[in-house]
Design a protein. Sequence first.
Length: 425
Amino acid sequence: MSEREFIQINGGKPLSGSVCVQGSKNAILPMLAASLLPEKGCSVIRNVPPLNDILVAFDIMRHVGAAVDYFPEEKTVCVDATHLSRSDLPEALTCRLRASVLFIPALLARLGEVRLPSVGGCPLGARNLNYHYRGFARLGAEVTGGDEFVISGEDFTGATMYLDFPSHTGTENLMMAACFSKGVSIIENAASDPEIFDFANFLIKMGAKIHGLGTRTLTVEGVPALNPVEYYAMNDRLDAGLFMMAAGIAGGQISIIGVNPADLRILTEKMMQMGVEIRINGHVMEVASPGKKLRPVNVLTCPYPGFATDFQPAIMALSCIADGQSYIRERIFDKRFSHVKELRKLGASIDLDEEDGLAIVNGPTRFKGADTEPDNIRAASCILLAGLACPEKTTIGNVYQINRGHFDIENRFQQLGADVRRVKV
Ligand SMILES: CC(=O)N[C@H]1[C@@H](OP(=O)(O)OP(=O)(O)OC[C@H]2O[C@@H](n3ccc(=O)[nH]c3=O)[C@H](O)[C@@H]2O)O[C@H](CO)[C@@H](O)[C@@H]1O
Ligand SMILES: C=C(OP(=O)(O)O)C(=O)O
């Protein structure tokens, strides 16, 4: 009989102590893809946690002929793409990773063709790739769709590309492709998330010429070649935010080590409005619960610097214990409320109008223990938070999801005094 694995939380214990933030998955994934661009030599990326999505990306890279040496203890990966040999991405891997799409530019530049079957990732509703494909076409690629997308071409020329919506990976992909397209490209209505900034700095270290970082208009001058680099990836604001909200929901006081407070400004504001005490001490954030009921909150998800959609499920857990009604509006994805079903198993009272992208949370909830099966990373984080506030036993199945986004989660919470265990039966 096959083994079943789950995370078990016996909540109701206040947190104390310190926790270190992991490297950023969503910054590292495009860096891994771009490390296939140099024609010879090894690139070294540091601060790379062994998350499921990152391990799948390594497998994709090995499949196309790159040598990938990963040192998990040192959180360091060494990539040598000198001998890339194939451009067909296998569905068994791409269906597990949304960021598979980020491998298109490097394979196009190196081999002149990419075949990409369906891509995976969190099931959040329609997640189109039309901006990516339209952008590649504007740069001169031939794009054909069907069961799999085939993108091909040899010579690319800079172009102006406007994104109808500031897509995160769309911006990364077109920025990467513009680096090897002759002349100047302009990406208008680009996303400006911190991971894109960090990734652009990675490309700049490789020799790319990118201007306008942090703004909605990026200008990229094509360069003849990109070189291998050594780069230390930024820390993960989503991992930092999970621990901030953990202190808010479980009570107690913790220090979160390795935070860029500017990246977390809106989450910090919202949590302080709820009554959570947050003190910023350089790159350490001290978070304490107020010792009384939290206030309800209104949240509307927006592209950066607005409230991040990836924090929407987690702040919903927090709003469940607030004293009154919270309004949570999702504006990035059309189906990002799967955690509502799981929170209801724990006793939450939530009125959901998915069509309208609105959840009204009727707090305060006294959570009761339940077995849950969240279907994506951030839904799993949401339940983990609710479990910390629940005096009974909560279990989280489908641990593959949390392992996609947060490394060694049980040990890092145990370090803070929480009873969070990984159980295999
Ligand atoms: C690996 C990674 O970095 N994932 C992040 C990235 O996903 P991802 O880059 O996939 O998200 P996008 O920013 O592209 O998607 C935002 C919205 O734009 C739409 N859209 C996007 C592209 C496109 O070609 N056409 C289109 O219509 C999507 O359907 C969605 O409604 O940004 C999301 C939004 O911040 C985060 O939740 C994900 O954690
Ligand atoms: C949505 C996420 O990832 P992906 O875009 O890979 O599905 C995420 O990291 O929360």
